[in-house]
Design a protein around this ligand. Structure first.
Ligand code: NDP
Length: 330
């Protein structure tokens, strides 16, 4: 079985050289263990943070060891009564074709008729991030005008659609014509192709002449500055991620206009989805209903095979994914 290990810590944008493809022999699973063949693994922006050797809310990846991340697979051999061959399981043992693990480290899953990889995207962690960030952190309320960055991505596209389902005016920013067309398709009211825009604040003010009430932050840098400029008094910012800064080697680009947060009484609140899983039952109930009624759409970008995983990860930082970036492993 093959796996991807961290070979060296990236400086700036990761490159293929930072990763190594290795082979491992998998023995039969020991007592209490099962063997899983992964169907899909997820690549996510937060993994970049784990490549730095510094304390964070998740520990750093170790050089020479297999990377970790969300994956969905099927049990191919079981030495534990709680799981049997053929069971679908979710785990954090991505970046490898197959693995042995204690049954207790796996989550038995049911895709409820969805393609199983949806459990890594719209119906999984990214969808849950959108739900918790918008409804709890941004505390979405009637009449809010909502601005979303990285709007055509896994998290952003769900944020846009939840806000539309709840009757809001939504402004989405994304890079490139294909992504902007997708945003129109899912009902986003005003689409900003930030790569074709010189003045993001002006574009945002044109889309929202009275300003924005909620900003769902995925990007940081210029996007955050524009959102502060366009914020109405008492606007709430859900700080979900700042991907434009993850590979920064110089000074991080802070918002130079943060002083406006005082006069406008802004609330800027960061969050990590793992602290909000008490909302999971609500999320699953609402998301299944939205998917079943055809009101929630999603796109996947799928690369093939374990060797493609580093490249798939790097695509996230080049904006080469539309919707959820995944790697199919078998
Ligand atoms: P996406 O599917 O949105 O993929 C990343 C996208 O980010 C790219 O497609 C690209 O879109 C955009 N991007 C990359 N680099 C830049 C840049 N320099 N400037 C502007 N946009 C850029 O990823 P996810 O949906 O998985 O994650 C979105 C955000 O949510 C990330 O910031 C991530 O860290 C965060 N996140 C936070 C969680 C939490 O618990 N707080 C949980 C999950 C995700 P484009 O082509 O439009 O530029």
């Amino acid at each position: 079985s093959k796996e991807i290990r961290l070979k060296s810590r990236p400086v700036g944008l990761p490159t293929a050289d930072n990763f190594e493809l290795a082979s491992v022999d998998l023995p039969a699973p020991g007592p209490g263990e099962v063997q899983v063949r992964n169907l899909f693994m997820s690549v996510d922006p937060y993994m970049r943070g784990r490549m730095y050797d510094r304390p964070s809310y998740v520990p750093p990846f170790q050089i020479g060891q297999a990377l970790q991340g969300g994956a969905i697979g099927t049990v191919v051999a079981s030495n534990d009564p709680s799981l049997k061959e053929g069971d679908l399981v979710q785990s954090m043992f991505g970046w490898r074709e197959a693995f042995n693990a204690p049954a207790s480290a796996l989550q038995k899953s049911d895709a409820h008729g969805l393609p199983p990889q949806a459990l890594l995207g719209v119906a999984g962690m990214p969808g849950m991030t959108a739900y918790a960030g918008l409804l709890r952190i941004a505390a979405l309320k009637e009449g809010d005008v909502v601005f979303v960055s990285a709007a055509a991505g896994a998290v952003g596209s769900v944020v846009c659609q939840i806000a539309k389902l709840k009757g809001h005016t939504v402004i989405g920013s994304a890079g490139g014509a294909e992504k902007c067309a997708f945003l129109k398709e899912i009902g986003v009211d005003h689409v900003i192709d930030y790569k074709a825009t010189k003045d993001l604040t002006a574009a945002l003010m044109e889309a929202a002449p009275k300003g924005i009430d909620v900003y769902f932050e995925n990007v940081g840098g210029e996007h955050l500055e524009a959102a502060i400029n366009a914020a109405r008094p008492f606007a709430r910012f859900a700080l979900c991620g700042m991907i434009s800064q993850y590979n920064e080697t110089g000074e991080p680009k802070g918002p130079s206009n943060i002083i406006q947060a005082v006069g406008k009484s802004l609330r800027l609140e960061g969050f990590i989805v793992s602290n909000h899983y008490d909302m999971l039952p609500d999320f699953l109930r609402d998301m299944s209903a939205w998917i079943a009624s055809g009101q929630m759409k999603w796109k996947d970008t799928v690369d093939e095979g374990i060797a493609a995983a580093p490249g798939a990860f790097i695509k996230l930082f080049k904006g080469e994914n539309l919707g959820k970036m995944l790697v199919r492993l078998s």
